[in-house]
Design a binder for this molecule. Structure first.
Ligand SMILES: NC(=O)c1ccc[n+]([C@@H]2O[C@H](COP(=O)([O-])OP(=O)(O)OC[C@H]3O[C@@H](n4cnc5c(N)ncnc54)[C@H](OP(=O)(O)O)[C@@H]3O)[C@@H](O)[C@H]2O)c1
Length: 221
């Protein structure tokens, strides 16, 4: 049986990803703040928790993330920029997943196919940004995208069967979007997870270091 690690397994999308991966025959291990004490607000502890995970895993899925920083709602304008809030967003959305990429070098097999995906967001795309706003969230996801692209290039040298992707889950009805669900059409976590897992498993090393949405459509960086 193949092994998968789902980080952020307690989240709306992460839980549905775990179910989808089980349906595809993976034995799923979950890791989160409550399942293993992985708190990205404390990067040194998170690094130590990840160092204690031995692996190996054929698939690693990072489904953590936050839209508010230290209790502050996303900024409508640059005038609302708050240093504490922005720093918190970078810890959760950028530094945390980057630490996972660091430790995944040990977890992914070198001689057989493997997949690693991180949930980014379309609003982290620089090319797609026509609106402004949400500066801390957008920039933390744009930085995540660059971390992922960098890791994918480095993985391709040592793990030539690995596929490393950034994924956009759609606008999904989870606690994450609870304040916005009246304004936007949402999909269920199950719909999102089914599309994300299909997209991930249909890609291979030729697509490593790229960005896709839940429908299997590429997203521009
Ligand atoms: N929902 C959407 O429409 C949407 C759209 C675009 C992108 N995304 C991205 O998708 C990802 C998951 O979103 P979701 O809708 O599933 O959100 P969610 O239901 O709020 O789940 C968030 C997950 O992140 C974890 N998390 C939050 N803060 C953390 C921290 N400090 N340290 C470690 N883990 C932490 C949570 O763990 P706890 O259980 O411990 O709180 C939970 O597992 C995020 O990266 C988000 O940016 C979502």
């Amino acid at each position: 049986m193949k092994n998968a690690l789902v980080i952020g397994h307690t989240g709306g999308i992460g839980a549905a990803i775990g179910v989808q991966l089980q349906a595809h025959g993976y034995e799923v291990t979950g890791l989160s703040r409550t399942e293993g004490g992985l708190d990205f607000n404390d990067p040194a502890v998170a690094d130590a928790v990840l160092a204690g995970i031995a692996g190996p895993f054929d698939l690693v899925f990072v489904a953590t993330g936050a839209l508010d920083g230290a209790g502050n709602a996303p900024e409508k304008t640059i005038r609302a920029l708050n240093p504490t809030a922005m720093e918190a967003q970078f810890q959760i959305n950028t530094l945390g997943p980057a630490l996972v990429l660091k430790h995944a070098v040990r977890w992914l097999p070198k001689t057989t196919p493997s997949h690693l995906a991180v949930l980014s967001a379309r609003v982290g795309s620089i090319a797609d940004n026509g609106l402004g706003g949400w500066m801390s969230y957008r920039t933390s996801k744009a930085a995540l995208n660059q971390a992922l692209r960098t890791a994918a290039i480095e993985f391709s040298r040592t793990h030539r069967h690995a596929t490393v992707l950034a994924l956009h889950p759609g606008t999904v009805a989870t606690p994450f979007t609870q304040n916005f669900q009246s304004k936007y059409k949402t999909i269920t976590p199950q719909q999102s997870a089914a599309g994300l897992v299909n997209t991930l498993l249909q890609t291979g090393p030729d697509q490593t270091g790229t960005f896709w949405d839940w429908t299997g459509t590429p997203v521009p960086w």
